[in-house]
Design a protein around this ligand. Structure first.
Ligand code: DON
Length: 304
């Protein structure tokens, strides 16, 4: 058996012993039903070999992880003009805070906090003919996987309770940084967040960020410089007010979601995803962070 497979299985066994598994997100009611005991971990290497353990092939709500994918599509369309609408500084704030947005006149700190992702959603709506269908097609093409879908129940659940996102979108609109109808932007955003994928599928989708912008079939989604920038944003902003801690503990660019997923990558070497629905107080998967810290510490593989 390959070393990666042994390491993943060893970490999964250690993780079973951790008593505090965190708290499952419930502010999106549909997410509250998920079994807290789920744990999956999956790795794809640069050659396309797969290694997985636990619930690594079970689908879950990727939530904010989708923000990297919408950013990637908007960046490919707009190039560097995109940065006129959204900044690239870590916020040091929780993902849904609005205070900086007002101070900074409607320019979100970065594309991975909710306000930034709403601006990116607006950009995509302006440029795509059928925004939700075209974005889904883009993500499916990245992974060469037609089985990736939105979870309509999760999208509907968030649209009923996403008051802070309604506030953010309206604030952005008041500053002129949303061009389309606020309800259309939110509808797109709730759908992108509802994307359902397994750890295995996430590693396939994120392969392009490990592989200089090209998917496994050699199609280019971003150029080398653009991938450098997206990975830098993941490293500095991918975990909100815990980005420093993730860089310190794990040492890889990555992104989390309140569904309990985390995806991280080492350029030119591997992409790894974890899923454990219980979150820590910063909204990042508690066991996922522990597992990834163990992985990079045990293998010595990180960008540092
Ligand atoms: O907008 C929200 O609150 C959710 N759809 C996504 C938040 C999220 O995943 C934050 N990540 N850890």
């Amino acid at each position: 058996m390959n070393n990666f497979q042994n390491i993943l299985e060893h970490i999964a066994r250690d993780i079973e012993l951790v008593k505090d598994r965190g708290t499952v997100a419930s502010y999106i009611p549909e997410l509250a039903h998920v079994d807290k005991n789920k744990f999956g971990m999956h790795l794809i290497d640069a050659q396309g070999n797969h290694y997985g353990t636990g619930d690594s092939e079970e689908g879950f709500s990727i939530q904010s992880i989708s923000k990297v994918l919408s950013l990637s599509q908007a960046f490919a369309i707009m190039g560097d003009k995109l940065w006129e609408r959204v900044d690239v500084e870590p916020s040091g704030d929780p993902f849904n805070h609005l205070s900086l947005l007002e101070l900074e006149h409607g320019i979100p700190r970065n594309p991975l906090i909710n306000a930034g992702a709403l601006v990116i959603a607006d950009v995509l709506i302006s440029h795509l003919e059928n925004p939700k269908a075209d974005f889904l097609a883009y993500v499916r093409k990245m992974a060469n996987d037609e089985n990736i879908n939105y979870d309509m129940d999760v999208a509907a659940s968030e649209s009923k309770t996403g008051y802070t996102n309604y506030a953010a979108a309206n604030l952005l609109k008041s500053y002129g940084n949303i061009k389309n109808d606020v309800d259309d932007v939110l509808d797109f955003y709730f759908h992108q967040c509802s994307l359902k994928m397994s750890c295995r599928q996430l590693t396939e989708v994120f392969y392009i960020f490990m592989n200089r912008g090209k998917c496994r079939r050699g199609n280019a989604f971003l150029n080398i410089n653009q991938v450098k920038r997206v990975n830098a944003i993941m490293l500095t902003c991918g975990f909100y007010d815990e980005a420093g801690e993730f860089a310190f503990e794990v040492g890889l660019p990555g992104k989390s979601g309140v569904g309990g997923g985390i995806v991280a990558l080492l350029p030119n070497q591997f992409c790894i995803a974890t899923w454990s629905p219980g979150l820590n107080v910063k909204g990042n998967s508690k066991l996922g962070m522990i597992a990834l810290e163990q992985f990079t510490t045990q293998t010595g593989l990180s960008i540092f």
